[in-house]
Design a protein around this ligand. Structure first.
Ligand SMILES: Cc1ncc(COP(=O)(O)O)c(C=O)c1O
Length: 439
């Protein structure tokens, strides 16, 4: 018998009551989610306030990489909270330990870090440091990119949602297409295109730069846009171009870091050596923590008083970071992500072969996107079907969410502790749910 068990209508009576109370007091501006009020989580299993249990494919939003409420993390956070919760910039021991642990697991050239609280703060800081180090103000970034909702981060982003009604964005943004090969903006084919989108980067800079280009900000894979992975070789070629221009290279691993793609950091796949890396989400696996990892000669441009954050480096968040690293070192979760991810992808590809709505399956490790379309030939996106599928899957005991430029990509991103049995059960539930919806 599996672990998923839904015994009430959704939302269940207690969830319904809480939704009604919530809607009266908090602005309703978040994305589409199943009508389930979460009560607790353990590993990949989520229990709602009505006692229904679900397998979660969301990890919050790719946050709880070590699993919901991992006992080692719970104990570490509880112990830290009982001692000291915040002391701002004054030193605390967990902060030292977290920095040591982080630098220890990062590629050797990234020998410094700085703790903040959110992913947006980390990407914003990367942009600030690139400008500060070079004295230049232009940033090259990518269509479909998502780096957060603060001003420089959303300016570098290439999605309309975070910018809506919020212009003008900051000056100095040069945005170019990311290799979204399933929907190539150049209508090219990956087998024959020779990555012409990278040649276009040169054209775009020639046409748009005032000569003040500081650096490049790019996600290791595009998360919010639909889990879009660049073809092999694209990133090394981009890095060569960055180096040939003497630019700084900031990689956004807020989502990709901490084992999600099957390596501790996604940059390891192709041996990239970014000057700055933004980390978030999985680094605190549920506690609000983020960091900039950097080369000391780059981040060293900041002098006393130039960067800090009220909650950044607080002892509770730092104790969480230490616990997360220890869990990874002990349980080798990135290897589990690789193994279970491969078997899940193989099954998802078989489902793609059978189901008329599954246009594309892509990803690596435990981050995969299933892109839903109305018709495989025209590739017309199916956002309404996606919403229906989210509801149907929840009723079947599987919690999924959507991403994508068109809101039509299912996130397959469970906590990295998922077992083979849980993976198979969740895929059965997914296949059953797909068979129950119609475009
Ligand atoms: C790649 C990436 N960068 C930055 C952010 C922003 O992180 P936060 O929401 O913690 O500010 C996100 C969040 O989804 C993200 O996916």
């Amino acid at each position: 018998m599996g672990v998923a068990r839904v015994q009430t209508e959704l939302p269940g009576p207690r969830s319904k009551e809480l939704f009604e109370r919530w809607e009266k007091v908090e602005a309703q501006c978040t994305g589409y989610q199943a009508r389930v009020c979460w009560d607790r989580g353990k590993g990949v299993v989520v229990t709602d306030v009505d006692g229904n249990t679900f397998i979660g494919w969301t990890s919050g939003v790719l946050v709880t990489n070590v699993g919901h409420s991992h006992p080692h993390m719970v104990a570490a956070v509880q112990a830290a909270a009982a001692k000291l919760m915040n002391n701002y910039e004054c030193l605390n021991e967990p902060r030292v330990q977290a920095a040591e642990k982080l630098v220890q697991i990062l590629p050797a050239h990234l020998d410094r870090c700085f703790f903040l609280s959110t992913g947006s703060e980390a990407t914003e800081a990367c942009i600030r440091i690139m400008k500060r180090k070079t004295g230049k103000f232009e940033i090259l970034s990518f269509h479909g990119g998502f780096h957060g909702r603060t001003y420089a981060a959303l300016t570098a982003g290439g999605l309309a949602g975070p910018k809506k009604g919020y212009g003008p964005t900051l000056p100095g943004a040069i945005r170019v297409p990311f290799p979204y090969c399933y929907r190539c903006p150049f209508r090219a084919k990956p087998e024959t295109c020779d990555m012409l989108c990278l040649d276009y980067v040169d054209d775009a800079v020639r046409a748009n730069s005032s000569g003040s280009l500081a650096g490049v900000m790019v996600e290791a894979y595009q998360g919010a846009s639909g889990f879009i992975f660049a073809p092999e070789g694209w990133f090394p070629r981009l890095e060569r171009w960055i180096r040939s221009r003497g630019l700084l290279f900031a990689l956004d691993e807020v989502q990709a870091g901490f084992g999600r793609t099957g390596k501790m950091f996604a940059m390891e796949w192709e041996g990239l050596t970014p000057d700055l890396v933004a980390l978030g989400k999985g680094i605190g696996s549920g506690l609000p923590a983020s960091a900039v990892a950097a080369r000391s000669d780059v981040i060293g441009v900041l002098s006393a008083g130039e960067m800090s954050s009220t909650m950044g480096g607080n002892p509770v968040a730092c104790a969480a970071v230490v616990a997360v690293v220890e869990i990874f070192q002990k349980e080798k979760l990135e290897q589990n992500a690789l193994r279970i991810g491969a078997l899940m992808k193989e099954r998802l590809e078989r489902i793609q072969g059978k189901c008329p709505w599954v246009g594309d399956v892509r990803g690596r490790g435990l981050v995969m996107g299933v892109e839903l379309v109305k018709d495989k030939k025209t590739k017309e996106p199916a956002p309404e079907l996606t919403k229906k599928l989210i509801d149907v899957a929840a009723r079947n005991g599987l919690l999924i969410g959507s991403v994508g430029v068109f809101g039509n990509v299912i996130r397959v991103a469970p906590p990295l502790v998922i077992t083979e049995d849980e993976a198979v059960e969740s895929l059965d539930l997914f296949e059953k749910s797909l068979a129950m919806v119609e475009a």
